[in-house]
Design a protein. Structure first.
Length: 114
């Protein structure tokens, strides 16, 4: 039984090395390919950005004094972002990135819930 597990791991390792080598060769061929963009090209992008802030605070204080049994939950948010690129040559571009600010929903828990 142990011998088949060792054989299986060896097979996985050889497949991993093969896939890695193929990836290296394909990267070399892509590097020598004709460039997609040239001087003066503009590229525009619109994206959805997820802001992961899913947090929970278990102790809250007001004016330096703790509020017993209180807490706050902070939720995640999804917002829009965009980018604009201007190509100076086929491999160098200026990129401007912006978007709408993310918001966080705060929900009181424990004695602050309601």
């Amino acid at each position: 039984m142990k011998q088949s597990n060792v054989k299986s791991k060896g097979s996985f390792a050889s497949k991993f090395v093969l896939i890695t080598m193929l990836g290296c060769f394909s990267s070399i061929s892509v590097a020598n390919a004709e460039p997609r963009y040239s001087k003066g090209d503009w590229l525009f992008g619109l994206n959805a950005a997820k802001v992961f802030t899913n947090e929970t605070l278990d102790s809250i204080s007001a004016g330096g004094a703790p509020i017993p049994g209180s807490g706050i939950d902070i939720s995640d948010d999804t917002t829009l972002s965009f980018d604009v690129s201007y190509f100076l040559n086929s491999s160098l571009a200026l990129n401007f990135f912006g978007g709408f600010p993310a918001t966080a929903d705060l929900t009181g828990t424990g004695s602050l819930g309601g």
